[in-house]
Design a protein around this ligand. Structure first.
Ligand code: SAM
Length: 283
């Protein structure tokens, strides 16, 4: 009995110490971030408040926020360019699950060149911050299962960085269909997913499931938040999430802006006349 009580006390002490360490780390990040925040504010585009940074990346570090967003924007530009579509020619682009504009903030020149930039997210506080500070783009809140408020074939490019990583399978399929609707035929979709880098951290049962080539999702009662995590065995994409898309590129663990995630570049196929007719008749 006494041993049990002692054990409980030790466990409580450990937990308290871990909590203190987390608070100390957050405080260190806030202090280190002050000069960067002041410089960004002076340049006219402030860094979002620490609680919003934490909500997207479990970190309040503005250096990560700025550098990671810059890398992600560069990688998107390069990926699109490799397929003969310069960013300046996408017409309109969609940042699905844009969070607090970590990537959008790097598109101000692109917007000035005439590209329409749209960001959507389920989190109203993030969208409200984006609307206040990233006036060169349009932002909208979407519901977890809803639609994107845009007509068919509006965008030449869409991307979703670390968004499908936080949804159950049914919702992922729903959003792939919706993204396909708003992309024009031939339009590109870049997504980042948790892949093999996370395999060894799964429980034995989930690891077996992953090794059978099935998507694994944990925390399904918290879909849309970082407490829900989805893991995609690379081989599962063609017959799973990306069924009906052309898979143009797959780069394991290459998402510089979203560390240790796999990058997939997909294309909405251009339907032939016969296919268009069949789709219209089925519809
Ligand atoms: C890990 S954060 C990444 C944010 C942003 N893409 C980035 O890389 O900075 C995941 C984001 O996806 C958003 N999200 C999750 N489910 C969503 C959904 N069904 N529709 C739109 N946004 C969603 C969350 O609110 C959150 O902002």
């Amino acid at each position: 009995m006494q041993g049990g009580e002692t054990g409980q006390r030790i466990e409580l002490a450990h937990r308290a110490r871990r909590r203190l360490q987390r608070v100390a780390e957050r405080t260190r990040q806030r202090i280190r971030g002050v000069p960067i925040r002041l410089a960004e504010r002076a340049s006219g585009l402030p860094v979002p408040p620490p609680r919003l940074l934490h909500a997207i990346g479990n970190s309040e570090d503005p250096t990560w926020f700025l550098q990671g967003g810059r890398w992600a924007a560069e990688d998107i530009r390069n990926a699109v360019g490799r397929h003969g579509m310069p960013m300046e020619e996408v017409g309109a682009l969609l940042d699905f699950g844009c969070g607090v504009g970590r990537v959008v903030r790097h598109w101000s020149r692109l917007a000035a060149s005439g590209v329409e930039i749209v960001g959507t997210d389920t989190n109203p506080a993030m969208i409200s911050w984006c609307r206040r500070h990233l006036g060169f783009s349009l932002f909208a809140v979407n519901s977890l299962d809803g639609r994107i408020d845009a007509p068919d074939a509006r965008f030449g490019l869409a991307y979703a960085l670390s968004v499908f990583t936080h949804m159950g399978e049914a919702r992922q399929r729903h959003w792939m269909t919706e993204l396909r609707r708003v992309l024009r035929p031939g339009g590109l979709l870049l997504i980042t997913l948790h892949g093999d880098a996370y395999r060894d951290g799964l429980s034995p049962v989930l690891r077996d499931q992953y090794d059978r080539g099935e998507m694994v999702v944990v925390g399904t009662d918290r879909e849309g938040s970082n407490d829900c995590a989805a893991f995609h065995p690379p081989g599962s994409l063609a017959t799973g999430l990306a069924e009906g898309w052309e898979i143009l590129e797959w780069h394991p663990q290459a998402a510089r802006g979203n560390p240790v995630q796999d990058v997939y570049l997909l294309r909405r196929p251009i339907e032939s006349g016969a296919e268009r007719l069949r789709t219209a008749m089925v519809g």
